[in-house]
Design a protein around this ligand. Structure first.
Ligand code: PNW
Length: 483
């Protein structure tokens, strides 16, 4: 097999605003739900906050420098909604906030790095949360108005847009477990209500781009879904596994990519059945009207998804508690997850490493939704502590890139990009600064927040140069280190 990545395939890396920026109240930035959560004692490991983080609000030139050092073809970052609109609404506009992203975009373009911009990576303005957040249908308007302002600022220079990062984390993890902001545990209704509104909000942002900006500025719009591949623990559980896939990813993909739109039919049917059994008068998964279904359908110019892990699924035994976030809320699945055989682990035990799952996931997507360009918008390996010799991380990326190459060459899947999570160490949500994902280490003790390349950064730089799996990017660095 030819070991070369096609020219259409691009190598990048990602971050998210709250995780790197700091400047939490600089230049009039408004408060969002992760500011509020991290400022509440006892919610985040070591009571860490994103108040300073990697201080990219001041040190963004360093981020551009390291991205350029590795030869990244694109850099995916996100925009903090209340940094541009302090209340979330258009009544207040922060010129300084808007300038921050404008400068970053110009800085990237000057280095030949394409900006890939996420509109929403979880920073909902508190005012909106206090009015119900993603469970209030008006959020579709609120998000659309925000998206329009962002496009009008940057669509002249930004050509790839991701509306929402991991809608299932926003709707399912958050409300099922109640630990992620807004820290409300309401597993029965909120995930499904949120699910419907977030699809409509994504579609609104897509349609606004399509109708108001595409003719002036070319560009492509998608979202970044979080997909965990799910295998049945035994072939006899394939039907359960399929329902679980629809529950986790299908609910956020089928409305957009399927031929008819709407919820995945088998899942919709199952939810109606469960809901009626539970004494409801209608499904807990809210219905799309015909118009809404049409409105959401087709709102992706390519398909963006984050891939970290694979899990096995089997029915729960009597008395056994359903495991993990995406089954814990849906007691109706009544299933537990198991670790895949031969998986290995980074620091996060909830994310078994299983590179083959990435290829299986893409084959499934192609079977379900047909040919569409796919972009892996995040993939990353967790570690603990200050350590530059992260050879496991390089292995991790090499194994995932191998699966991508197999998909391109053998499954005929059009993979247009791979995005490392993350460019630099950052605020890892509930885990604070304890867990690291960066290609570059950030010294959080240092007021300068110095960035230093890990072995994996040198590996990635080598891969980007060679654009081939058949090389010595892994070995070369070991030799260099030993000298
Ligand atoms: C992603 N899962 O979240 C987020 O987009 C990043 O902001 C975050 O830092 C990164 O992963 C590492 O945690 C995920 O359960 C949340 O499979 C959950 C899962 C995967 C990714």
């Amino acid at each position: 097999m030819d070991q070369k990545f096609p020219d259409s395939f691009k190598f990048g890396a990602a971050t998210a605003s709250y995780q790197i920026e700091g400047g939490w109240n600089a230049d009039g930035k408004g408060e969002h739900i992760w500011d509020r959560l991290s400022h509440t004692p006892g919610k985040i490991r070591d009571n860490a906050t994103g108040d300073i983080a990697a201080n990219s609000y001041e040190k963004w030139r360093e981020d551009v420098r390291v991205a350029s050092e590795m030869g990244l073809q694109f850099y995916r970052f996100s925009i903090s909604w209340p940094r541009i609109l302090p209340t979330g609404f258009p009544n207040k506009f922060s010129k300084a906030g808007a300038k921050y992203y404008s400068d970053l975009i110009d800085g990237l373009l000057a280095e030949g790095i394409e900006p890939v911009v996420t509109l929403f990576h979880w920073e909902l303005p508190v005012k909106m949360q206090d009015m119900g957040g993603w469970t209030n249908p008006l959020i579709v308007d609120w998000f659309g108005n925000y998206a329009r302002i962002v496009y009008s600022l940057y669509a002249d220079r930004v050509k790839t847009w991701l509306t929402i990062n991991e809608a299932n984390v926003v709707c399912d993890i958050a409300y099922n477990i109640g630990a992620y902001a807004p820290a409300i545990k309401e597993p029965d209704y909120a995930p499904y209500i949120c699910n419907k509104h977030i699809m409509l909000a994504h579609a609104r942002a897509y349609r606004i781009f399509d109708q108001e900006f595409r003719h002036k500025h070319s560009g492509r719009v998608s979202l970044a879904n979080n997909l965990m591949w799910i295998e049945p623990s035994s072939p006899k559980y394939e039907k359960l596994a399929e329902l679980a896939r629809e529950n986790m990813g299908g609910r956020y993909t089928h409305p957009i990519l399927s031929k008819n739109g709407g919820w995945p039919p088998a899942y919709e049917k199952a939810m109606l059945k469960y809901s009626l059994e539970q004494g409801e008068t209608e499904s807990r998964l809210p219905h799309f009207t015909k118009e809404e279904q049409e409105y959401v359908k087709g709102t992706a110019d390519f398909y963006g998804f984050n891939y970290y892990t694979t899990n096995m699924i089997r029915p729960a035994k009597p008395g056994e508690h359903p495991g993990q976030w995406f089954v814990s809320g849906t007691t109706e699945l009544n299933a537990v997850l198991e670790q895949p055989p031969n998986a290995y682990y980074g620091a996060l035990k909830g994310l078994p490493v299983y590179p083959e799952g990435l290829r299986k996931q893409m084959v499934w997507l192609k079977e379900q939704y047909g040919d569409i360009d796919m972009m892996i918008t995040e993939c990353g390996y967790s570690s603990i502590g200050y350590q530059l010799d992260d050879y496991e991380r390089s292995d991790f990326f090499h194994e995932h890139l191998e699966q991508i190459l197999l998909s391109i060459k053998l499954d005929n899947i059009s993979v247009i990009g791979f995005t490392v999570w993350s460019l630099i160490d950052n605020f890892e949500w509930l885990n604070g600064y304890y867990i690291k994902f960066g290609l570059y280490e950030v010294d959080f003790e240092d007021p300068e927040r110095k960035r230093t390349p890990r072995a994996s950064a040198l590996y990635y730089e080598c891969m980007i140069k060679s654009r081939s799996l058949n090389n010595s990017c892994l070995d070369q660095f070991v030799v260099a280190k030993q000298q």
